[in-house]
Design a protein around this ligand. Structure first.
Ligand code: IVH
Length: 678
């Protein structure tokens, strides 16, 4: 064989290896369904690396040895936002907008004058925080729960719309920009076509496609996804840096630095101006190259914004005026009954597929049998289907016109369609329930799905298909039994390769360390959502105290009404539930316990602090929360009532004011001491 012949063979082998590795990467990272063991995979990669080391001329940029930003991450690191990422209050009707404007004028003491608003489309993507240091993109994070997001820097760096370095000069040394990552409709169609051609499942809509693409652990996958970005506001900026005084000017400034902003933004005056903008955008919505689900109005003057402040998780100075949900008519083909976590039977309409708001809908909820009767819906009817954002599509009612001759009545089954247990209807309630409890596979499945979900114990990797198999095989009949699974056992199930089995085992190990609020939420007590779970955990401090609480005690808690109190009390009275809780604790599920709110010492009660500058080792929100937990008040401005100003690095005018008023100034070390004062 000639030397040339050998070189060609080597090149061919390298190409083949690249192809095989790419194939297995895809199976592993995207499909979560590996075909070969880690060792076999490593062998392929090692061979390719060997060839490339010997023949550097064979290295191509798309080689798996040359991935964008290095190897894929195992998970995203948490990022604490310097300022919480808030949401917006929603309005759905003209009256909501008028009320918003009225309140704004009242708060600003300008009843007679029209306010200038910055009007922007409400982009339908996902919020992202970009942190620039010395003009270079240093970090990107998702919104997460608003306090803590995920570090997606590697992925965001692949989004070509997001500048890696800023144009011009004059930007602060470090600052944060917030905006929306989204996918244009045409890009979405093309992406889905490509995925389908490759035999993969496409995304439901551009929003899911954007979110799914940004949360890829492998930046190389994200790099292949056509994502777009518009900035919509500032995040954290140094205290000594003056932003432009108006929201509109801030967006113009972003544009000057090369950060994309939405070209549809516009300043409007008063409600009339806002309504005109809303109507125009509603009309042009379909022509825009991207999905929007409403418009946002923000008080343009940033000093006015500051004066208005925030309520709960949203600014008082902004409102999202949402477009009405889209509706279409189609035919009702049949009705199935789905059993939920609490046994409730929901009639689900099977429909002739119809495109509603860009999504093909073939199933929609009919809510319950009372609604079916009230709307007088029969199988075979033409019905109106509505879909709003991410909510489940619903059958709104019967379409107009004559009823066709051969329609059939929708009848409730005699027994649970999943476990054949009797079904019952509570006195005066619309819901019909399966009485099978955890004997019913559907209820078990739903309870497990809830238990592993993100806001509950957040056990990654336990998808619907795996849970279905676990329940069917009788491997897991309650959440505690999940923790008896190990990698060995998990590999017995379909689509679980050795690597994912290992990951699942690790996810279970990690989930054992949780918080009381998550644990209470995960239990799936009827009507106990996240907020209630947090209120219960905060109030009682320990699970024991919560389990012993009387209905009266429970009712006395803010966010807990009489119905919820009864559900909570009944839940803990049930021996089976107590057994599962015991088993969970025996399996090692634990959380830090605190004392009940009422018994926690409040050594700082009656004191008022102001925080300024960046405190070493502690985000300002955390300092503020911890001071408040000890009974202190934390305010934003220095006055005669201020006990002390706590100043970190780069303090602003607040420090000067404190000095002028002769108010004590504490540093980070003094703050630490304060937080540990008995
Ligand atoms: S401003 C404090 N402007 O809507 C205000 N948000 O419900 C923060 N969104 O998480 C948001 N377009 O992801 C703002 N022009 C726009 C927006 C927008 C879309 C999203 C954003 C945010 C959510 C708030």
């Amino acid at each position: 064989m000639t030397a040339g012949g050998r070189a060609t063979d080597t090149a061919r082998r390298a190409a083949e290896l690249r192809e095989r590795i790419a194939y297995h990467d895809h199976r592993y990272y995207v499909l979560d369904d590996p075909e070969i063991s880690d060792a076999e995979y490593d062998e392929l990669l090692a061979e390719l690396q060997r060839i490339e080391a010997e023949h550097p001329e064979l290295v191509v940029p798309e080689s798996p040895t040359q991935r964008v930003g290095g190897a894929p991450a195992a998970s995203f690191a948490p990022v604490r936002h310097r300022l919480p990422m808030l949401s917006l209050n929603n309005g759905f009707a003209e009256e909501d907008l008028r009320a918003f404007d009225r309140r704004a004028r009242e708060r600003l003491g300008r009843e007679a004058a029209a306010i200038t608003y910055m009007a922007e489309p409400k982009l339908d993507g996902l919020a992202i925080s970009l942190f620039y240091r010395d003009g270079r993109l240093a970090q990107a994070a998702t919104r997460g729960d608003g306090e803590t997001g995920e570090d997606v820097t590697g992925n965001v760096r692949t989004v070509r719309a997001i500048p890696l370095s800023l144009k011009g000069a004059g930007w602060p040394d470090a600052f944060e920009v917030r905006g929306e990552v989204f996918m244009r409709r045409a890009d979405f169609e093309r992406l889905n076509e490509g995925l389908h051609e490759a035999g993969q499942r496409g995304f439901m809509n551009p929003r899911n496609a954007a979110a799914g693409s940004l949360r890829q652990l492998d930046p190389a996958v994200t790099a292949g996804r056509p994502l777009s970005f518009f900035a919509y506001g500032p995040g954290w900026v140094p205290e000594d840096f003056s932003l432009p005084t108006r929201q509109s000017a801030v967006l113009d400034w972003f544009a000057d630095m090369g950060i994309p902003v939405c070209p549809e933004r516009s300043c409007v005056r008063g409600t009339e101006g806002a309504l005109a903008y809303y109507r125009e955008m509603a009309e042009r919505r379909g022509e825009l190259p991207y999905d929007i689900d409403g418009v946002v109005f923000k008080v343009d003057d940033r000093a006015d914004q500051q004066r208005m402040g925030f309520v709960a998780r949203a600014p008082r100075w902004a409102i999202a005026y949402k477009f009405p949900a889209e509706e279409r008519t189609t035919r009702l083909l049949s009705v199935d009954f789905q059993v939920g976590r609490t046994g409730a039977l929901t009639p689900v309409a099977r429909l002739e597929p119809v495109l509603v708001g860009g999504v093909m809908v073939s199933n929609a909820t009919l809510h319950n049998m009372d609604e079916v009767a009230r709307k007088d819906i029969r199988i075979g009817d033409r019905v109106v289907v509505r879909r709003a954002g991410d909510v489940i599509p619903e059958v709104v009612g019967r379409a107009g016109g004559e009823r066709e001759p051969d329609t059939r009545e929708i009848v409730l089954p005699d027994a649970c369609p999943e476990c054949a247990s009797a079904i019952e209807q509570e006195e005066g309630k619309a819901a019909v329930r399966c009485t099978g409890g955890l004997v019913c596979p559907a209820q078990r499945r739903e309870a497990l799905r809830h238990f592993v979900s993100r806001k509950a114990l957040d056990i990654e990797g336990f998808g619907d298909k795996l849970i279905e198999q676990l329940v069917r095989a009788g491997a897991v009949s309650n959440p505690a039994e999940l923790f008896s699974l190990d990698a060995q056992r998990l590999q017995d199930f379909e689509r679980v390769g050795p690597k994912s089995a290992q990951n699942l085992e690790e996810a279970l190990a990690q989930a054992r360390e949780t918080t009381l609020a998550r644990f209470v939420y995960a239990l799936g007590i009827r009507e106990v959502g996240e907020v209630t779970a947090r209120a219960l955990a905060g109030h009682f401090g320990t699970l024991e105290a919560l389990m012993q609480a009387s209905v009266e005690e429970l009712e006395a808690i803010r966010d807990v009404g009489p119905v919820v109190a009864r559900h909570v009390s009944n839940f803990f009275a049930e021996p089976h539930n107590r057994e599962v809780i015991d088993a969970l604790r025996r399996a090692g599920v634990h959380w830090p316990e605190t004392r009940p709110a009422a018994e926690r010492p409040q050594p700082l009660a009656g004191r008022t602090y102001v925080l300024t500058g960046s405190l070493e080792g502690m985000p300002r929100e955390e300092a503020s929360a911890r001071l408040q937990a000890l009974g202190a008040k934390v305010t934003g401005s220095v006055s005669g009532n201020t006990t002390a100003v706590i100043a970190g690095e780069n303090p602003g005018s607040k420090l000067a004011k404190a000095e002028k008023l002769g108010i004590p100034v504490l540093d980070a070390a003094a703050l630490e001491e304060l937080l540990h004062s008995p």
